[in-house]
Design a protein around this ligand. Structure first.
Ligand code: CTP
Ligand code: CA
Length: 226
């Protein structure tokens, strides 16, 4: 059983993971969303827990069970996701795998929007959502020592990932080639972009990507290092 297992390399560490889409309400019955399944982020949370970490998984709406041994905080909107991440701090490392909606509807209607005969459709002005990864990666006393983001790209994957790493201030970017049908799929082709350069990983099952990333994270924060 768990009690007799040796402590994993991430024992004593707190890891924060975001996963899934966010839902941004338009009115009480409608929302803006995206096709993220949450699978990659859930697999990362599970892999980190398997290495002994205490894991907080802040998850948007997905149809996945809680990974074993992981504390799951379920949220809907980007703003709720950011607030739940901030409550979960401090963390030794953060992995932002969520497909956060870039925009929300500027003013959520308090009632169901109705068609009015003869009237045009209602305008739907948008507002920019907070950037959770950039917020967690910003310098400060509560910044996790290692902050990892994802970048889903259909072209110039590594170039865009390098640019995102610099813009967001995170340490690593897992650049995700989504030119095939990855969203919702079982496999992922990724490149790990770090300060040291770019590693091309083979096409792998999402759980294998998660295990590889978890062991890289464990190697970056060896036991005994503050
Ligand atoms: N991210 C985030 N909060 C946001 C938007 C993105 O935390 N509001 C995180 C994602 O979880 C991911 C990384 O930022 O780890 C990159 O997300 P992505 O959508 O690829 O980048 P954007 O900066 O939103 O740029 P764009 O969608 O225009 O490519
Ligand atoms: Ca985006």
């Amino acid at each position: 059983g768990r009690a007799s297992a040796p402590p994993g390399p991430l024992a004593g560490r707190h890891l924060l993971v975001t996963a899934g889409p966010t839902h941004e309400p338009i009115d009480p019955v409608r929302y803006i969303a995206n096709r993220s399944s949450g699978r990659q982020g859930y697999a990362i949370a599970a892999a980190l827990a398997a290495l002994g970490a205490r894991v907080t998984l802040v998850s948007g709406p997905v149809g996945l069970p809680d990974p074993p041994g992981v504390a799951v905080r379920r949220v809907e909107t980007a703003r709720e996701m950011l607030a739940a991440c901030e409550v979960a701090l401090p963390a030794d490392a953060a992995v932002c795998a969520a497909a956060v909606a870039d925009w929300r509807v500027a003013r959520e209607a308090g009632h169901k929007l109705k068609k009015v005969p003869g009237q045009p459709p209602p305008p739907l002005p948008l507002a920019l959502n907070p950037d959770i990864l950039a917020t967690l990666a910003a310098p400060g006393p509560r910044r996790p020592r290692l902050v990892v983001g994802f970048a889903a790209e259909t072209e110039h994957v590594v170039e865009h990932a390098r640019e995102k790493r610099a813009r967001k201030g995170c340490d690593w970017i897992v650049a995700n080639d989504v030119s095939g049908d990855v969203m919702g799929g079982e496999e992922n082709t990724v490149h790990l972009v770090t300060e040291a350069g770019v590693e091309d990983w083979p096409r792998l099952h999402k759980s294998a990507v998660a295990e590889r990333l978890a062991s890289r994270i464990a190697a970056a924060m060896p036991p005994g290092m503050a």
